[in-house]
Design a protein around this ligand. Structure first.
Ligand code: FAD
Length: 277
């Protein structure tokens, strides 16, 4: 069972709990991106099993009126085993999701996986005429070139600052420089990407910038934030633009919970207070 402390960040262990969470968010006008927790599988069986679980989740979503979609991690679908295993598993999920009108996001993992992830995105978003989205990381030096590659493709792009720790040779490491890259890339996306932009950030400055770029360019966009982070802001923003909450679920929640708690002082203090009381 997930302790109450972790429930802030995790939608539950089972699909019914995750769907119930989606229903609650939908009640606040917020869409939900469901992610089954799991990554870096070394065995094909685990990767295939998660791909099957996603296919069942897609059926569950399609059988409801929920505003919900899914987000998958390449290493969860077998990228650490081989690119073929990853592409086959992703293909199974996309083939299942597209006819049911369930959108599939692909998360971006560490910089060594970017090419394989973008190749898979390009293939499946063409095949489904935009039924797939991918995440790009503003901290990577290559991202502007990647945006140029993706600009004319169907499908959405989620821009994030980057959660991994890439070497200086391929990435900006200074927060100010990463923020500068994020702003420049957001401006490029509003000018050049017509198929939908996702602002994957909790940063009020970046969200305000997106709002003003939307006023200038009228490019459709949505804001995406994580479950348990700035939820009051998620609810109030939902009156102004589409807001989607990324909500992880599943039994492998401990590492994810640890990452959330350790990334910010506020979260760590919240955890300590909850344990003491
Ligand atoms: P930061 O630069 O960390 O902070 C800027 C400001 O935002 C802060 O000063 C504060 O005002 C506000 N803020 C940020 N965090 C909090 C908080 N916890 N509580 C209160 N205020 C806060 N990364 C990847 O590498 N690959 C992915 O596929 C990926 N997918 C993501 C999907 C979504 C929906 C989101 C929201 C993030 C995703 N990330 C992903 C993580 C991302 O790369 C960042 O690490 C993370 O979002 C932190 O950056 P930030 O832009 O939110 O704000």
């Amino acid at each position: 069972m997930i302790p109450p402390l972790a429930r802030q960040f995790i939608a539950g262990e089972t699909p019914p709990e995750a769907l119930e969470h989606a229903r609650r968010c939908n009640g606040d006008g917020i869409g939900v991106i469901l992610n089954l927790l799991g990554e870096h599988y070394e065995g094909r069986a685990q990767a295939n099993e998660d791909a099957m679980t996603y296919q069942r989740l897609v059926e569950d979503i399609a059988g409801t009126d929920l505003q919900a979609c899914i987000s998958v991690k390449p290493s969860q679908l077998g990228l650490d085993i081989s690119e073929d295993v990853f592409t086959q598993n992703l293909g199974r999920i996309v083939d299942h999701a597209a006819p049911r009108d369930v959108f599939v996001w692909i998360d971006m993992e560490d910089h060594t996986t970017t090419d394989a992830t973008l190749d898979a995105f390009e293939r499946f978003t063409r095949e489904t005429d935009g039924g797939v989205g991918v995440c790009l990381q503003a901290n990577l030096r290559r991202t502007h070139d990647d945006l140029e590659r993706l600009a004319d493709l169907p499908g959405k792009v989620r821009l994030v600052k980057g959660a991994y720790d890439p070497p200086r040779s391929v990435a900006y490491r200074d927060k100010r420089r990463i923020d500068e890259a994020y702003r420049a890339q957001l401006q490029y996306m509003f000018r050049e990407c017509n198929d939908g932009i996702a602002v994957g950030s909790h940063d009020p400055e970046m969200i305000a910038l997106a709002q003003s770029l939307h006023d200038d360019w009228e490019t459709p966009y949505e804001v995406q934030m994580l479950m348990g982070v700035r939820e009051a802001a998620q609810r109030s923003l939902a009156g102004e633009c589409p807001v989607w909450q990324y909500a992880p679920y599943g039994t492998k929640w401990l590492d994810y919970f640890y990452r959330r708690v350790s990334e910010r002082k506020e979260n760590a203090l919240f955890a300590v207070r909850a344990i003491l009381s």
